[in-house]
Ligand binder design. Sequence first.
Ligand code: SF4
Ligand code: SF4
Length: 438
Amino acid sequence: MIISRPQSGKVRTRRNFVMSFLVMLFLGAPWVVLPSGTPLVRLDIPHRMFHLFGGLFIPQEGLILWFFLLTMGLSLFFFTSVIGRVWCGWGCPQTIYTDLFDRIGRAILDSKYGKKDAPALKKYLVYTIWMIISFIASFHWIGYFVSPYTMAADFANLTFLSKTYPLFIGFFTIAMFVDIGFIREQFCKYACPYARFQTILMDEHSWNVTYDYKRGEPRRDGKSKIGDCISCNMCVVVCPTGIDIRDGLQVGCVACGKCVDACTSIMAKENKKTLIGYFSLDQIETKTKVKWVRPRTVIYAILLTIVVSAATYKLITRVPMSMIAAGNKSMPPILLPDNKVRAFVALRIQNIAPMPATYVLEAYDTRHHKQMLIRSGEGEQLTLNSGEIRSFSVVLETQGLSESELKEKYIPGMIRLKNVNDPDSKIEKVLSLTLPGN
Ligand code: SF4
Ligand code: SF4
């Protein structure tokens, strides 16, 4: 376990601001309820619904999920190729919470933090606070799946014992305590998949935490000094993953910038600019500006623009209702004496708008364009609350069919669900009603 020395500086101040903002966002978002009464963000697994910024999404909308994942993946590709591993150092919970745990450890144990001879009582106080923070973070993490208001009430009334979510909170609390408290940088170095493939996403033009070996080398060795690096080793002792950035870009570097602040303060005493900073390798080699526009970044940017545009179009044109229609297997179609066919269709309708909606159903024989709906289990109109699902049956009846039509296997039909207050908001499903005897 590496306990690095704290380091102040410009990067540290900016990271403090970004990290505080992200922690507040993470803790605050599950509690936000919109004026419509829906949560700002929640993945409601039991009801198979995802609430996001007032929108309600269901698993049947796989294309939107696909666009979302593609946007995430391409953003990762694009930003890594442009600004390196900024996510690791500035946004990753592993880095943010390790930082927080370190602050608490140092505040209580001071120079004994991470040492074997640290006073036992203070050490256990640190562990207790780490555990409390792990619990708070895990509670809020589960708050993205279960209402935090419900959970808080359950904990206050001691009714949580009969629920399932406390098991998850307990699991994540222990996992976080062990991971952030004791596994720490080992996770970044040996387990994080992103750390492994970031090297193929970056090139010599990517903007990253880099050591200026042109100025720094040959570093001071004993009394001989030719380059600017004075071999003070400060960049190594402040590194939370214990690497030496002077050896070049490594999987272990989380781009936290602590070595940038360390070298900046050391070099300031020598009246020189920092040897470690946010540079590209090419910039160090050629002393030119960072080349932001290059084939790799352009291709990622184009792909990202296409996917984001397609996702935006899909969201704008999205109809906030869902309908599944299938022939009722327990009630096969029947042939009536006047050659009419009566069929029974099972429907499952869901309102995925953030407010209640009233619908009307229509069904047509698409060959003759005749209305087929004669009875609906829900009457002529049905009103559903946001997210509500209604399953019921409808009875359809064709007009009298000719002898040749009766010899066919199917009657082509269509069923339409329309929002009464917004006629443009409708979905249609093709029906193939099997004729009796087929
Ligand atoms: S090398 Fe520098 S930027 Fe990379 S992890 Fe260590 S301190 Fe952070
Ligand atoms: S902090 Fe700067 S001067 Fe000191 S060893 Fe690192 S690169 Fe060299």
